[in-house]
Every structure is written in structure tokens, then in C-alpha cells.
Design a protein around this ligand. Structure first.
Ligand SMILES: *[C@@H]1O[C@H](CO)[C@@H](O)[C@H](O)[C@H]1NC(C)=O
Ligand SMILES: *[C@@H]1O[C@H](CO)[C@@H](O)[C@H](O)[C@H]1NC(C)=O
Ligand SMILES: *[C@@H]1O[C@H](CO)[C@@H](O)[C@H](O)[C@H]1NC(C)=O
Ligand SMILES: *[C@@H]1O[C@H](CO)[C@@H](O)[C@H](O)[C@H]1NC(C)=O
Ligand SMILES: *[C@@H]1O[C@H](CO)[C@@H](O)[C@H](O)[C@H]1NC(C)=O
Ligand SMILES: *[C@@H]1O[C@H](CO)[C@@H](O)[C@H](O)[C@H]1NC(C)=O
Ligand SMILES: *[C@@H]1O[C@H](CO)[C@@H](O)[C@H](O)[C@H]1NC(C)=O
Ligand SMILES: *[C@@H]1O[C@H](CO)[C@@H](O)[C@H](O)[C@H]1NC(C)=O
Ligand SMILES: *[C@@H]1O[C@H](CO)[C@@H](O)[C@H](O)[C@H]1NC(C)=O
Ligand SMILES: *[C@@H]1O[C@H](CO)[C@@H](O)[C@H](O)[C@H]1NC(C)=O
Ligand SMILES: *[C@@H]1O[C@H](CO)[C@@H](O)[C@H](O)[C@H]1NC(C)=O
Ligand SMILES: *[C@@H]1O[C@H](CO)[C@@H](O)[C@H](O)[C@H]1NC(C)=O
Length: 400
């Protein structure tokens, strides 16, 4: 036993000090030979690891398992003109116990870290215009992620499982390039790391994604749009937002906002409790919208091309909801039953805190509700053919 321990000690000693390298130091990599020295000598890097300079060779860190400090890739000096591309890979790296920062301009093309499981600090990809592939296949936890990667083609991740805490948990995608799926980031039933600091999601540009599946348990804010609001020259994507991942029973979002590019909302197949605080659809491209929420407190909808709006059966249970609908010039609310005889509008059976529609609403549509004594609003015409409707607390329900 003592012999074995001694052998181990020799081995450890040899690995750490053979070339006189102190693995607890900070390291800078600007060429492949710097990486070679590290991978041959250090399983664990105790300090920070920095990539900088005019890197023109692929960097391989097979052998390194942990970086205890931060990992950062600095932008090119001088003109910032990227002339050569390079990859960084490690099949052994499991943990970066600090900040994980990449800032362009930089020639990084592929970042391949398939066994990286945890990143304790925030992960940034800022102005990383040349990145095409990020492989985080086995990543399970991060503190936050920012992606600004206009050429990204693939973001590989099986399933994110949680946040590391002590940071504001968030995923902010300002440019997702041409990736076709990001579900690995969003589908898991992730619970907040901090009860008091709920995670937030912002997605602004994901032109090639057809479906976003959001499975996190409790989200402070989710703002989802397929393209930036000013990019009217390119056709927006057609994204279906699925609220509830394959393993999510409960999804609660305090503030959900959808914009251009989102064409519909569905509920996850296993999701039996989907509750939303405030829901906003400020989306002049959407044509049909159905609100599959079990509960919602506030609904605000503006949609110049909207031709149908459905309140499903669950809406009967919406309690104290405030509903506001305006700038819906293509929407004609004539009846709560559509032309195929299906009921597409269920009035809440509970009190509503506010009800307002500025649009083309027929008296017939409103009369469908006239016998519901629980509703305490009445209807006011604002102009011929254009009806404004609002609740007037305390008065009995009336038709026009
Ligand atoms: C590594 O760099 C950081 C930040 O500059 C510094 O705080 C730390 O002391 C350095 N560590 C070592 C081992 O030199
Ligand atoms: C980049 O600029 C910094 C400071 O301006 C300098 O210290 C560093 O040596 C430069 N790196 C290269 C590779 O030119
Ligand atoms: C960067 O490296 C490439 C290839 O080694 C070389 O062609 C280029 O001139 C270098 N650029 C700078 C700014 O040093
Ligand atoms: C990066 O890796 C990919 C895939 O292995 C390869 O096709 C590409 O040529 C590499 N890039 C560079 C600059 O070597
Ligand atoms: C990685 O994160 C997971 C989930 O948050 C945690 O269970 C695990 O202990 C972490 N592993 C390391 C090496 O920090
Ligand atoms: C890196 O990206 C920039 C900005 O899109 C582009 O101008 C440059 O040509 C790219 N560099 C290479 C070597 O592909
Ligand atoms: C979070 O912060 C607390 C106190 O500031 C500290 O005790 C704890 O270790 C930190 N947790 C993590 C995951 O960094
Ligand atoms: C989205 O759907 C509309 C209508 O079907 C279509 O005209 C448009 O080209 C689609 N957009 C994309 C990016 O495929
Ligand atoms: C649904 O989830 C919300 C928020 O998590 C909770 O307050 C509510 O009690 C749940 N409703 C049901 C029916 O389980
Ligand atoms: C109903 O909602 C309004 C605001 O939306 C709020 O001010 C009021 O307190 C709520 N009433 C109840 C009974 O929850
Ligand atoms: C609706 O509100 C009225 C007073 O505003 C209250 O008396 C009544 O109990 C409420 N009904 C329900 C179902 O909450
Ligand atoms: C409301 O009640 C009246 C009288 O009972 C009935 O004639 C009418 O059909 C009812 N309206 C609806 C929409 O159910």
C-alpha cells in the first residue's frame, strides 16, 4: 500500500513538475506549442487560461480536465481584421470554474468541448463573427449564456439541467446565426438556482429555427422574437413556441412576450399547469393566435394581420384576468363559434379585472356572454363598426 502511494506520489510529482511547469499559474496560449506544454503537463490548471494574439493554428487541449480560474479568449489587436481561422478543442475538459469569455473579432471557428459539464461563471460569445460550431454536448450547468454569433451553424448540447447560482441566470441570444435548434438549452425542466432571482430568456434573432421548446419551471421573463424588429427586408421565420418540454409538468412565466417571427403558441404534451403572469403579443405578422394557458393575469395583444384569436376552454378558469386587444384591423369577432361550428372563444367564468377591445366586434359576439352573471362589465360602442369594450365594475352585464 505504502509502495502504491509512493508510486502515485511520484507520478503526481512527475506530471506536475517534470518540465518545471507550475500548473497553478495563469497561462496564455497564442500558438499550438503553448497548448502542447499544457496538455502534456497539467490535468488541472489552477489559474486562468487566456487565448490571445494572432492565433493561426488549431489549439488542442486533450488531457486538461479542469480550469479552476477563468477561460477567456481576447479580441485581436490592432485592425481587428481576421485573416486566419482556428479551432479550439478538448475531449477531456470537464470543468471551467470561472468566467468563460470569448470576445471578437477573433478567428475562432469551432469550439469543441464535448465533455465540458460545468461552467461556474457566465459564458459569453461577444461579437464572435467567425464562429460556426460550438460543441457543448454534455454541458449540464452554467451561470448564464450570451450568444452573439451571426455565422453559427450548430450549437450542440444534449440538455442543460441547471444554473450554478449567485449570478442572474439568463440566456440572451442576440444573434443565433443559422442554427436550427436550441432546444437543448431550453427544453429541460430547469428550476431556478435562486428562489429570489428567477431566470430570464431573451431571443432576438434565430432566423432558421422552426420550434422553440421552453421547459423551464419558473421564468421571470421570456422575450422571444425571430428577428430584430427593424429587419423588415427579410421575411421573418415561422417559429412555433412550445411551452413545456418533454419532462415539464409545470411551467410558470411571470412575463412572456412574443414578437415578429413567432407564429403560434402550443402547450407541451405533459404540461398540466401552464401559468403566465403577463402575456404580450406585439406582433404584426402573426395571423392566428390561440392562448393555451391554464392561468394568465394579463393579456395584451396587438396584431395588424391577425385574423383569428382563440380563447380555449381553459379560459373559463382564468381568474381576475385583464384582457386588452387593439390594432387588430383584420380581426372580426362575430361569434364565439367559428364557421365549422367549433367554439373558439370561451369567456372567463370568473371576474375579469379589465376587458378592452378596440376592433371590429359584433353585438352577436358579445351577446354570447350576456347571460353570464359572473361577468361584470358592459359594452360601449366607440364608432360604428368599431367597438370599444370595457368593464364597468359593479354594473350588471348588458348587451348593446
Ligand atoms: C492570475 O491572474 C489573476 C487576474 O489577473 C490574478 O488575480 C491571480 O493572482 C493570478 N494567479 C496567479 C497564480 O498568478
Ligand atoms: C496586444 O496589445 C496588448 C496591449 O495593447 C499588448 O500587451 C500585447 O502584447 C498585444 N498582443 C499582440 C499579440 O500583439
Ligand atoms: C497573423 O498570422 C497570419 C498567418 O501566420 C499572417 O498571415 C498575418 O499576417 C498575421 N497578422 C498579423 C496582424 O500579424
Ligand atoms: C476546424 O475543424 C473543422 C472540422 O474538423 C475543419 O473542417 C476545419 O478545417 C478546421 N479549421 C481550421 C482552421 O483548421
Ligand atoms: C456540475 O453541475 C451539476 C448540476 O448542477 C452538479 O450536480 C455537479 O456536481 C457539478 N459538477 C462539478 C464537477 O462541479
Ligand atoms: C471573419 O468574419 C469577418 C466578419 O464577418 C469576415 O469579414 C472575415 O472575412 C472572416 N474571416 C475569415 C478568415 O473567414
Ligand atoms: C454563493 O454565494 C454564497 C455567499 O455569497 C457562497 O457561500 C456560495 O458558496 C456561493 N455559491 C456558489 C455556487 O458560488
Ligand atoms: C413563413 O410563412 C409564410 C406564410 O406561410 C411564408 O410566406 C414565409 O416565406 C415563411 N417564412 C420563412 C422564413 O420560411
Ligand atoms: C400551477 O402553478 C402555479 C405556479 O407555480 C401554482 O401557484 C398553482 O397552484 C398551480 N396550479 C395547480 C392547479 O397546480
Ligand atoms: C385583480 O387584478 C388587478 C390588476 O390586474 C389587481 O389590482 C387586483 O388586486 C386583483 N384582484 C384580485 C381579487 O386579485
Ligand atoms: C366578483 O367581484 C365581486 C365584486 O367586485 C365580488 O362580490 C364577487 O364575489 C366576485 N366573484 C368571484 C367569482 O370572484
Ligand atoms: C340568454 O337567456 C335568454 C333568456 O333565457 C335566452 O333566450 C338566450 O338564448 C340566452 N342567450 C344565450 C347566448 O345563451
Amino acid at each position: 500500500m505504502a509502495g502504491l502511494l509512493y508510486a502515485l506520489w511520484i507520478l503526481t510529482f512527475a506530471t506536475t513538475y517534470a518540465l518545471g511547469i507550475d500548473c497553478n499559474a495563469n497561462f496564455t496560449i497564442s500558438e499550438e506549442s503553448d497548448a502542447k506544454e499544457l496538455r502534456e503537463n497539467c490535468k488541472i490548471i489552477g489559474g486562468d487560461l487566456t487565448f490571445e494574439g494572432n492565433i493561426s493554428e488549431n489549439i488542442n487541449l486533450d488531457g486538461v480536465e479542469e480550469v479552476r480560474g477563468s477561460w477567456s479568449l481576447n479580441p485581436l489587436n490592432s485592425s481587428g481584421k481576421v485573416e486566419t481561422l482556428f479551432n479550439i478543442s478538448s475531449s477531456t475538459l470537464k470543468l471551467v470554474d470561472g468566467l468563460f469569455y470569448h470576445r471578437g473579432p477573433s478567428g475562432l471557428e469551432r469550439l469543441v468541448l464535448p465533455n465540458l459539464g460545468n461552467i461556474s461563471g457566465p459564458a459569453y460569445f461577444d461579437s464572435m463573427a467567425n464562429v460556426t460550431h460550438i460543441d457543448f454536448t454534455n454541458l449540464v450547468s452554467i451561470a448564464s449564456l450570451d450568444l452573439q454569433t451571426p455565422r453559427l451553424q450548430e450549437f450542440k448540447i444534449n440538455e442543460l439541467k441547471g444554473f450554478t447560482g449567485n449570478f442572474s441566470d439568463r440566456i440572451f441570444i442576440s444573434d443565433g446565426g443559422s442554427v436550427e435548434s436550441l432546444d437543448g438549452l431550453f427544453k429541460g425542466p430547469i428550476a431556478p438556482a435562486n428562489g429570489y432571482l428567477l431566470p430570464a430568456i431573451t431571443i432576438q434573432k434565430i432566423p432558421n429555427i422552426k420550434q422553440v421548446t421552453l421547459g423551464w419551471k419558473h421564468i421571470q421573463r421570456a422575450h422571444i422574437s425571430g428577428q430584430l424588429w427593424y429587419q423588415h427586408w427579410s421575411p421573418p421565420p415561422n417559429i412555433t413556441l412550445v411551452l413545456g418540454g418533454p419532462d415539464s409538468e409545470t411551467v410558470h412565466i411571470n412575463e412572456l412576450e412574443i414578437r415578429e417571427g413567432v407564429i403560434g403558441i402550443e402547450r407541451g404534451s405533459k404540461t398540466s399547469n401552464l401559468s403566465i403572469g403577463s402575456f404580450k403579443s406585439m406582433n404584426d405578422m402573426i395571423t392566428d393566435l390561440r392562448l393555451p394557458f391554464h392561468q394568465v393575469s394579463e393579456v395584451a395583444i396587438r396584431g395588424d394581420r391577425m385574423t383569428s384569436l382563440e380563447l380555449p376552454k381553459e379560459a373559463e378558469e382564468w381568474n381576475n384576468v385583464s384582457i386588452s386587444i387593439w390594432l387588430v384591423r383584420s380581426l372580426h369577432l362575430e361569434s364565439s363559434v367559428n364557421s365549422e361550428g367549433r367554439q373558439t372563444w370561451h369567456w372567463p367564468n370568473q371576474n375579469m379585472s379589465n376587458f378592452y377591445i378596440l376592433g371590429d366586434v359584433s353585438t352577436n359576439f358579445l351577446r354570447n356572454d350576456e347571460n353570464n352573471t359572473k361577468l361584470q362589465y358592459h359594452f360601449i360602442a366607440s364608432a360604428p363598426g368599431l367597438w370599444g369594450v370595457y368593464r364597468d365594475e359593479g354594473s350588471a352585464p348588458r348587451g348593446l
